[in-house]
Design a protein around this ligand. Structure first.
Ligand SMILES: [Zn+2]
Length: 139
């Protein structure tokens, strides 16, 4: 979909700091991260929410998420991770292209979904995070 920012990133029309990808799924750094290393995992194909995706693909998506989560945790030295999926505007889904948040967490870091302002991170910094995660995934 031309007017979808995530489709544009997946298809390379808009730059994104891609940490990992295969034919079906893409992991890209969140431009407005809750914490350093906050990654979004999305299907290459446009599905608005998880309810629109064939069930067998949902299974494959989460296998990919688990792989990315390991890379995010190791690259950031996080003590834990939040893995979250918002479905629909009422559930705070801002971009209507299914995406799973992988958010590194540290003890008492104070990060939350309700945090009023997210971090602002330069594109080259996001690329560095993506590279660090990519290295850990491939190890
Ligand atoms: Zn899309």
């Amino acid at each position: 979909m031309r007017d979808c920012v995530f489709c544009n990133i997946v298809e390379g029309r808009v730059p994104g700091a891609i940490a990992h990808r295969n034919d079906s799924f893409v992991a890209v750094m969140d431009k407005y991260p809750i914490n350093k290393g906050h990654t979004l995992v999305m299907p290459a194909k446009h599905y608005p929410t998880i309810l629109d995706m064939p069930k067998e693909e949902v299974g494959r998506l989460f296998i990919f998420v688990a792989k990315v989560a390991k890379g995010v945790k190791e690259a950031t030295g996080a003590a834990g991770l939040n893995i979250g999926l918002n479905n629909g505007q009422a559930a705070a889904q801002l971009i209507p292209h299914l995406h799973v948040h992988v958010i590194p967490r540290h003890q008492d870091d104070g990060a939350s979904w309700n945090r009023p302002s997210r971090l602002l991170v330069a594109a080259d910094e996001l690329s560095k995070w993506a590279e660090a995660i990519r290295q850990k995934i491939s190890e």
